[in-house]
Design a protein around this ligand. Sequence first.
Ligand code: PNS
Length: 166
Amino acid sequence: MAENKKIAIYPGSFDPLTNGHIDIIQRALGIFDQVIVAVLHNPSKKALFTMEEREQMISECFQDEPSVLVDSFGGLLVEYAKIKNAVAIIRGMRALSDFESEFQMALMNRKLNKEVQSVFLMTGFRWIFTSSSIIKEAAQFGGDISDMVPESVHRKLMEKFPKLKA
Ligand code: PNS
């Protein structure tokens, strides 16, 4: 039975996790038996949160959801997907502007490994304009983003940005 488990990887920077990401994970759980949220370890990209912080915030959010695993990876995503026996890579789609780069990445991933399918899920309408970058931008100047991130993430953002109030 365990071999028949349909596993999907949801990769990303998650710097930090947003409610938009959570929406995608919940949709993916309706299709797959297990979703591995995989944080990319990319030393050349400057991040606000460390790998450990990012993984911890995601784990905290899904502590009551055994079908969600949190992990990190480096190198090629399709190789990681193969190691994890994943059948799919999940990516969230917001506005049309996401399409071009996602399409390019999906085709490259397919070229590198034909066994893994890219699955695009439409985010809930409420999160169409939500991104980690825009949230960090607003939060650093004290903008209220409390309804765009889970509580654990909001707490960590307040630690990083003293101007941000509860
Ligand atoms: O949250 P992000 O930053 O949009 O996620 C991008 C991510 C992690 C999905 C992408 O950069 C990735 O898969 N990187 C690993 C290297 C790789 O396999 N790239 C795609 C084929 S070139």
